[in-house]
Ligand binder design. Structure first.
Ligand code: ADP
Ligand code: MG
Length: 503
């Protein structure tokens, strides 16, 4: 008896690796064996496949069935193996055409009634199918997502029976169309809504211009959350390549809404009770975390000291390298995680440190305790620190500011265009990503600006990382000013956004 074959995929980070599903029906007995290092979900898939076949009136032959997933050393997780296993079986039973199925890559979960239900990761799988020059078979609902791969034949099936009818030519399934997200239907919140807070707004503009991280410290109700929510509206839209990059992550997390790819930058605001797995990925089932879902956009951590310290420290690596490594039994999986971190915190637990009328009787000790919950290395990775004081009634009574997000976004776009031109060829998008010689040569730091930075670094006891981050911020300030060189006043402003000490 020959072996029937079909391909599927195993995910390693955002890469889809081809997996060969081999099905052999032979001899006597009435047993199905699944080999090739399957995890629990794959083993359960046996039961779903059996039921789904039964539901469409097909029984497994009373013979020995062996299903092998190769290569064996590739870890296989997820429920998307149901469909390829069922297709391999149907090919081995000559219900589906063997030759065609052998040139097919499939993924999808089966319901007990034979429906093909949606799974995560269809977009990276479709790109793998394109590379392998294979037809992709996926759940109907994932069709628009798969269609983004372009140039491949896609069969998006609602059910096993529809798939069989398709291959028999009884009722051919129509190829799916790629779907564009309904662009900008809900307007983003505008900076015009925020009254006063000029320093914080300026810091937000610099943050947007250079792709930096920002920490806002201030009492409750001063507008920190409002300001953070307005950062995405200041950032340029994703370009086509970036949109695809982000959607691969969303696809793996099962968060690509109806398969639609959008150009808006993500804004993720996980609650402070979030676990490490939720924030940086991993856990029982490997899945991208919030820091990856915020890739090329904004990760907003409100009430920063309320997060578990260990959870926060797991952010250090992605903030430094732009990617997250998740440890698995026998592999490390890498997810892109190039985010702008925006963090907000009260100066102390009750939030009124520094206000003699409202501060509790433990001030200022309570402030130091509260702020020390965040480790030095994490503070160090935040380029701009800014105080957001209570807005006065007078401020709130001011007329709506003339300048809103549109004006600021235009300046940010101009500053980013300068960076794109400067870093072309260096694989760097923004000042925040520039390093080493690329940063040094790009900065064009004037001599007296350098001496100021060196002197301040010494006085403020900046770490090497702190020094570099201040330099990058200074360069972003220069870019906003349209200045080719970075001057002493650019450096001075950059240094004003670094807190001397934390209490
Ligand atoms: N600067 C401001 N301008 C206008 N409204 C403000 C401002 N600051 C706060 N508010 C009002 O107070 C509410 C709470 O602000 P929020 O951003 O949640 O404060 P925080 O995050 O600092 O505690 C806002 O929804 C808004 O109505
Ligand atoms: Mg808030």
């Amino acid at each position: 008896m020959t072996v029937a074959r079909v391909s599927t995929v195993a995910f390693e980070g955002i890469e889809a690796r081809e997996v060969d599903v081999q099905v052999q029906i032979s001899g006597g007995g009435n047993k199905m064996t699944l080999v090739g290092l399957p995890d629990k979900a794959v083993a359960e898939s046996q039961e779903r496949v059996r039921s789904a076949l039964h539901a469409i009136g097909l029984a497994l032959p009373p013979r020995r069935v062996v299903v092998n997933l190769a290569p064996a050393d590739l870890p296989k997780e997820g429920s998307h193996y149901d469909l390829p296993i069922a297709m391999g079986l149907l090919a081995a039973m000559d219900v589906l055409p063997r030759d065609e199925i052998a040139r097919t890559m499939a993924l999808g979960e089966l319901a007990l009634d034979g429906q093909v239900t949606a799974v995560a990761g269809v977009l990276p799988a479709a790109l793998a199918a394109a590379t392998a020059e294979k037809t992709l078979v996926c759940p109907e609902r994932c069709g628009p997502e798969a269609a983004w791969a372009g140039g491949i034949e896609i069969v998006a099936a609602p059910s096993l029976i529809a798939l069989i009818n398709h291959y028999r030519g009884v009722s051919v399934l129509r190829p799916p169309e790629p779907k564009l997200a309904d662009e900008d239907t809900t307007p983003l919140p505008d900076l015009k809504d925020v009254k006063g807070q000029e320093t914080a707004k300026r810091a937000l503009e610099i943050t947007a211009a250079g792709g930096h991280n920002l920490l806002m410290i201030g009492p409750p109700g001063s507008g920190k959350s409002m300001l953070a929510a307005r950062l995405p509206g200041l950032l340029p839209p994703l370009d086509a390549r970036e949109a695809l990059e982000l959607s691969m992550i969303q696809s793996l997390a099962g968060e690509l809404k109806d398969g639609a790819i959008g150009r808006r930058r993500p804004f993720r605001a996980p609650h402070h009770s979030a676990s490490m797995a939720a924030l940086t990925g991993g856990g029982l089932r490997v899945r991208p975390g919030e820091v990856s879902l915020a890739h090329l956009g904004v990760l907003f951590l409100d009430e920063l000291p309320e997060f578990q310290r260990q959870v926060l420290d797991s952010l250090r690596q992605p903030l430094e390298t732009g990617s997250t490594l998740v440890a698995r039994a026998n592999a490390h999986i890498r997810y892109p995680s190039r985010v702008q971190l925006v963090a907000a915190m009260n100066p102390c637990r009750c939030g009124h440190l520094g206000d003699p009328g409202l501060a509790c009787n433990r001030a200022p000790r309570c402030g130091a305790d509260y702020q020390s919950r965040i480790s030095g290395p994490l503070y160090d990775r935040i380029d701009l620190h800014v105080e957001v004081p209570q807005v006065s009634a007078a401020d709130l009574g001011l007329p709506t500011p003339r300048e809103g997000s549109a004006e600021v976004a235009a300046r940010v776009a101009a500053a980013r265009a300068l960076q794109t031109a400067r870093y072309a060829g260096a694989g760097v998008r923004t000042n925040a990503e520039a390093e080493g010689d690329v940063l040094d040569e790009g900065t064009k730091l004037e001599a007296n600006a350098r001496s100021l930075l060196v002197e301040a670094a010494d006085k403020m006891r900046l770490s090497a990382r702190g020094y570099t981050r201040a330099l990058r911020v200074a360069r972003s300030i220069a870019d906003l000013a349209g200045s080719a060189v970075t001057t002493r006043s650019h450096v001075a402003e950059a240094l004003s956004y670094r807190r001397l000490n934390l209490s």
